[in-house]
Design a protein around this ligand. Sequence first.
Ligand code: IPE
Ligand code: IPE
Ligand code: MG
Length: 254
Amino acid sequence: MFSIEHLFRKSAPHARTADDFSRLPAHVAIIMDGNGRWAKKHRLAVAKGHRQGTETLREIIRHTDDLGIRALSLYAFSTENWSRPQEEVDALMQLILDFFASEIDELDAKNVHILILGDKSRLPRLQQETLLQAEERTAKNTGLHLNIAINYGGRDEIVRAARRLASLAAEGRLSPDSITEHSFSDYLYTSGQPDVDLLIRTSGEMRLSNFLLYQCAYAEFLFPKTLWPDFTVADYDDALMAFGRRNRRFGSRS
Ligand code: IPE
Ligand code: IPE
Ligand code: MG
């Protein structure tokens, strides 16, 4: 979990006290929603909204790392997003390349471990290579687990896990009785990482849209109305503090 020493070791950009952050989540998941509406509001092409969204992304990743949060999962492209206009899909694919080209050195220097959640094989060759390189380059890093969901679907992830377990069982390498909730999670993309504690979805939409279905079983949910390109580090701090005030019971009385 989060340590107070950690907060003081790195200088937080805001005048928050360590007390404000005394109960930070170990794993934050964010559904970065509202780029399209932001573009519309500013009478810009939707691609400009997505580009502006990557500015927010940069700030949020930095701040998450500064706070010493263990894992951050970001929903960048869902298995359903292929159904958007080709021009928009192309713009998002280009942003993936641009984002990694500009960020990878800093992320690696900050000891960030990058993991792509989702099936990379459906992506264009260059995107596949870029993502694989980012994962390989940061594989030994021990800092923030930065999970970026690209061509990701929660049901797809669960079905893949089930398929792998079934084939291991069919080969006689695994007894079906040995499968537990915990061991099942080892077959998900997020294997070895803590469950999601806090899920934030910007833009006021209140749905999961197929994100981290298994990992969010006991997550706290926050739905700020702010559109993703307008979401600031201060808004993020507010969400983290609201999380700290939640009474998590996990089904018990205490
Ligand atoms: C989220 O913003 C980003 C992606 C899905 C890639 P949207 O593009 O969904 O924004 P809205 O929902 O249209 O405002
Ligand atoms: C979810 O947002 C996917 C991402 C943010 C990448 P969408 O905008 O695609 O979800 P729906 O269509 O509103 O459910
Ligand atoms: Mg949306």
